[in-house]
Design a binder for this molecule. Structure first.
Ligand code: ZN
Ligand code: ZN
Length: 168
């Protein structure tokens, strides 16, 4: 989806509204496709004192599996997309700046523009609840549902080896 930024660069408009949905249902991260439902992008592209920048927010439902208990989990995902947009870079220095998007023809591909920010800001952890107790590493039971009997009675093999070393 192309947005014509000419009115902003020409100074005839102060801002352009943005409100669209992105289909990221085929996007895959760590073997999971987290965006089952469309990702909503809205906000505006503004021109202030000759500087064009995005003020967009992205909201979606993020589907994953709890890092601790592996239960299916849906998180509220949100990220802001605030970047400067220029027609051309003035010096090499700014070429290394990821916050600057270059649109030589003043046509902004909104999907491409937002995609990078979304991918860069994926949740670093997925928890079904903050205090998820996870699953028992020995018997695999869900410790949120019940306390298993195997913990505590079995000696950790690493501790047993350490005890052996300390004996002398
Ligand atoms: Zn969990
Ligand atoms: Zn157990």
């Amino acid at each position: 989806m192309l947005l014509d930024l000419k009115p902003l660069f020409a100074g005839s408009r102060d801002f352009l509204s943005v409100d669209f949905e992105m289909d990221l249902s085929e996007f895959e991260f760590l073997g999971v496709k987290p965006f089952h439902a469309p990702v909503a992008i809205n906000g505006k592209i503004v021109s202030r004192a000759g500087i064009v920048e995005s003020q967009l927010s992205c909201k979606a439902q993020y589907f994953g599996f709890c890092d601790r208990c592996l239960k299916e989990t849906v998180l509220d995902y949100a990220t802001d997309i605030n970047r400067t947009i220029v027609i051309s870079l003035e010096n090499e220095e700014s070429e290394e700046n990821d916050d600057i998007a270059v649109v030589p023809d003043m046509q902004l591909d909104l999907e491409d523009f937002c995609y990078a920010d979304i991918v860069m800001n994926l949740p670093t952890k997925v928890l079904c609840k903050d205090d998820c107790r996870g699953i028992c590493p020995d018997c695999g039971c869900d410790l949120n549902l019940k306390q298993c009997n195997c913990g505590g009675t079995e000696v950790d093999p690493r501790l047993a080896a350490l005890a052996e070393l300390l004996k002398d």
